[in-house]
Design a protein around this ligand. Structure first.
Ligand SMILES: Cc1ncc(COP(=O)(O)O)c(C=O)c1O
Length: 452
């Protein structure tokens, strides 16, 4: 086996995987990897597609080691907003590499990127860059605690804010979760200290009364309220009318900092993220993923009063690789392309996603299968239930077995989506990809194989 062999086939022209395709080389490479790489996967989130071994990606397509191609709706968990290896990003990376990779000091790409981010994110007067969304969340919480002199964080059940100890809580835990209108703060990982639960209060999404009651009880101890303004991690579950506004209002009334985690929604729902779409402006926001089109750079941004606390290291935020020249240059290229034509690229992505959603819903309705698709377009979610959920707890009662079978059936037919039902769309997808995906969904549902 030679996993380093030159890529023989352009992923856009390779043959789509079918249930009969050979995956022998892939299986051998995966076995070899398991001998050396912890858990056989590079991140716990890759568990459901641990038997994939990708050779190359171009546009909206990837090929595995056996030369089978897939239409990619994972987009590496969301970052690849312009698809794989877009020309603008490749050019920016190559030209940046000619002058080095990182300097541990200010550079032109950092300056230009800061200016661009502040110009597009409504809440941003200043920005700081990190290497991942998790780090950016951590920094934003620290800033909020420093600004308020308080410790407690209020988060919503089911919302995901990265894997770090202080906030990886109550996102589909294996153990008990408490009542739906009074959720417990539940730890997610072995090794997480028991003490972390003391600092985090968990509220129910889209429950104005429960949230208001919690703020009445704890409000003056709450340093920050953090939320995904458009939650995608447990389904596309839009905030109920007035709910985001309520978070803004109660944060202000109680002197708590409102943090929007826009790691997924930022630069995807709209250039200015969900805060632009809904017109609710947080004090701080966190972003990543689509912002850099596939390079490891994320960040947090906010109003001057808060971000000024970084002046003179009153609040420290460190990181050897922060806004390194290579990643900053790549993110700048992505941002500039997204900005072209007043965000036309994102409109096109949304329209393609809506086409996919409508097509899926037509297939489900015609076949009578208890499934539906929901979402704003640039990301949609297929639910194993006849209607989309409005609360996180509803998603727990969905037919998980059906969804798992669908994920597998799609994968073996060359359609790579999130195991939890999300489909992310990029600028590199085209109508042909969408229609092919709908046709595959139709044939899977018609065969009855996932319903059995
Ligand atoms: C909403 C949200 N916040 C934070 C994170 C953590 O980002 P990262 O994986 O870059 O650490 C994620 C990752 O999926 C996310 O979806």
């Amino acid at each position: 086996m030679n996993v380093n062999a030159a890529i023989e086939t352009d992923p856009r022209e390779a043959t789509r995987r079918t249930p009969d395709s050979s995956t022998a080389k892939t299986e051998a490479a995966v076995q070899r990897l398991r001998q050396r790489l912890g858990g056989g996967i590079g991140s716990g989130g890759r568990f459901e597609h641990r038997d994939l071994f990708i050779q190359a990606g171009k546009g909206a397509h990837v090929t595995d080691l056996d030369g089978n191609s897939y239409i990619d709706y994972m987009l590496a968990f969301g970052p690849l907003i312009l698809g794989h290896a877009p020309d603008s990003l490749m050019r920016a990376i190559n030209s940046s590499l000619a002058t080095g990779t990182m300097f541990g000091a200010a550079c032109e790409a950092e300056l230009l990127l800061s200016e661009e981010v502040v110009s597009v994110l409504p809440c941003a007067e200043r920005v700081r860059f990190t290497n991942s969304g998790s780090e950016a969340v951590h920094a934003a919480i620290r800033l909020a605690r420093a600004a308020t002199g308080r410790t407690k964080v209020l988060k919503f059940e089911g919302h995901f804010h990265g894997w770090l100890d202080n906030i990886y809580l109550s996102v589909k835990p294996l153990g008990p979760q408490g009542l739906s209108n009074a959720p417990w703060t539940a730890r997610m990982a072995a090794g997480q200290p028991a003490s972390v639960v003391e600092d985090v209060v968990v509220a129910t999404w889209n429950d104005p009364k429960g949230f208001t009651d919690l703020m009445s009880s704890y409000g003056h101890d709450i340093a920050c309220i953090i939320l995904e303004p458009y939650p995608t991690n447990n389904g596309c579950m839009e905030a109920a009318a007035g709910f985001l506004e309520l978070t803004r209002q109660l944060a202000t009334q109680n002197g708590s900092i409102l943090i929007f985690d826009e790691v997924v929604s930022g630069f995807r729902l709209a250039l200015g993220g969900a805060q632009q779409v809904y017109g609710v402006i947080p004090d701080l926001c966190v972003f990543g993923k689509a912002f850099a089109g596939g390079l490891p750079i994320a960040g947090f941004a906010g109003n001057l009063d808060l971000m000024r606390l970084l002046d003179g290291n009153q609040v420290t935020h460190l990181g050897t690789y922060n806004s390194n020249a290579l990643c900053a240059a790549g993110a700048l290229a992505i941002l500039r392309e997204l900005k072209e034509g007043n965000g036309m690229v994102l409109d096109r992505i949304r329209d393609l996603g809506l086409l996919l959603k409508d097509g899926f819903n037509r297939v489900f309705a015609e076949s009578g299968v208890a499934m539906c698709a929901e979402g704003p377009g640039s990301v949609i979610t297929v639910f194993a239930a006849p209607t989309p959920p409005t609360t996180y707890r509803e998603t727990l009662s969905h037919n998980a077995r059906l969804l798992a079978k669908l994920h597998r059936a799609l994968l073996t037919r060359g359609i790579w989506a999130f195991a939890r039902g999300n489909f992310m769309v990029s600028a590199a997808h085209n109508e042909g990809d969408i229609l092919e995906t709908i046709a595959v969904m139709s044939s899977i549902v018609a065969s009855g194989e996932i319903q059995r």
